[in-house]
Design a binder for this molecule. Structure first.
Ligand SMILES: Nc1ncnc2c1ncn2[C@@H]1O[C@H](COP(=O)(O)OP(=O)(O)OP(=O)(O)O)[C@@H](O)[C@H]1O
Length: 322
């Protein structure tokens, strides 16, 4: 049995899990359509890895109706295992053997005939830019190479659903971007990706839908745009060095909040070109010039902190024009 077009790749109803007296998942619902990227966000310890472990059959839920790839997790975990790939904090890479040997071991585990195993391994090593390193022990690989090898190994069995548990944690920006490219490629091949991440920008960049896990429940779920609409706070900020120009602008513009000490003005805005133009027109008409203009649109950081009650002060400036 395989997933049909209308059937979700992953569906959870009332997923519940406690460790001893501590409830980590209080009955959550998740639906992931096939061929999409679903991102589970949450503060450290929220239970993201627990969700991945349950959905990938590594541990069992206390309660809930769960299906992955059209297979019921409770009654048919073997079929689920055959449909999925998992990479993450529990990496399968063996550092003592070479990248190629790791790949061939995986091909053996999937009972691929020898020639096919070699062909598949070679193709994936090539695709993940590991040909040069293939004959070296995996322990000598950089963090990014190791993650690439881990994903390549996961793909040996041709899974249609992949769980990536914090795939870019600890990677430098270049390796992170290369991993994003890999994830996009997987999705364009029709693979469903279930991604946990602590980087909101990553979810924003890759995910079709995002769920924020907090206090044992889903605090919010939607597209990045839908989530951003949950928090107000878009504005244009004008900064001045000349107090006279600041005063003139404060008088010319309506609905501004003033910060007299910083000589800066804050105008509510949806960040659209139209609104930006009208503010610039007002300033022109008043004959004042701001020294700095920044546009702030709420980003996922704002959503995340608003929903999870964090106290962090994320960088709020998404676009700057001087
Ligand atoms: N085997 C276990 N026994 C007891 N408690 C556990 C066990 N595994 C996880 N926990 C606890 O359950 C909670 C959720 O853990 P989990 O690893 O799923 O969180 P997470 O959201 O993935 O966090 P992180 O981003 O830190 O990996 C944490 O408080 C953790 O300490």
């Amino acid at each position: 049995m395989t997933t049909t077009a209308n059937e979700p790749a992953i569906a959870a109803r009332g997923l519940t899990k406690s460790y001893g007296a501590k409830q980590v998942l209080g009955g959550i619902d998740l639906t992931v359509p096939p061929g999409t990227v679903f991102s589970l966000l949450g503060p450290n310890g929220a239970g993201k890895t627990t969700v991945v472990k349950i959905l990938s059959t590594l541990i069992t839920a206390d309660a809930g109706e769960l299906s992955v790839g059209g297979h019921d997790l409770a009654t048919d975990p073997r079929a689920v295992r055959a449909a999925i790939g998992v990479t993450g904090q529990f990496s399968a890479v063996d550092g003592l053997i070479t990248g190629e040997e790791n790949m061939l071991l995986m091909a053996d585990l999937h009972h691929l005939p020898r020639a096919e195993g070699r062909r598949t391994a070679a193709g994936l090593l090539e695709r993940f830019d590991l040909v040069e390193a293939a004959k070296k022990p995996a322990a000598t690989y950089s963090g990014g190479m190791r993650r690439r090898l881990d994903i390549a190994m996961t793909l040996v069995g041709g899974p249609r659903i992949i769980f990536l548990d914090e795939p870019t944690t600890g990677l430098d920006p270049r390796s992170r971007h290369s991993m994003w490219g890999i994830i996009r490629q997987l999705v364009s091949d029709g693979v469903t990706v279930f991604l946990t991440t602590q980087y909101l920008a990553e979810a924003d960049e890759l995910a079709d839908r995002i769920a924020v896990l907090h206090d044992g429940g889903i605090a919010a779920e939607g597209t990045a745009e839908e989530l951003k609409r949950l928090v107000p706070g878009g504005h244009i900020r004008l900064r001045f060095t000349d107090p006279a120009a600041y005063q003139a602008a404060a008088t010319a513009l309506r609905e501004v909040s003033r910060d007299d000490e910083a000589l800066s003005l804050r105008i509510p805005s949806d960040g659209s070109q139209r609104e930006l133009r009208s503010v610039l027109d007002w300033l022109d008409a008043a004959g004042v010039e701001a020294d700095e203009l920044t546009v702030h649109t709420p980003d996922l950081d704002d959503v995340f902190f608003a929903l999870t009650g964090g106290t962090g002060t994320p960088d709020q400036t998404t676009e700057t024009a001087r």
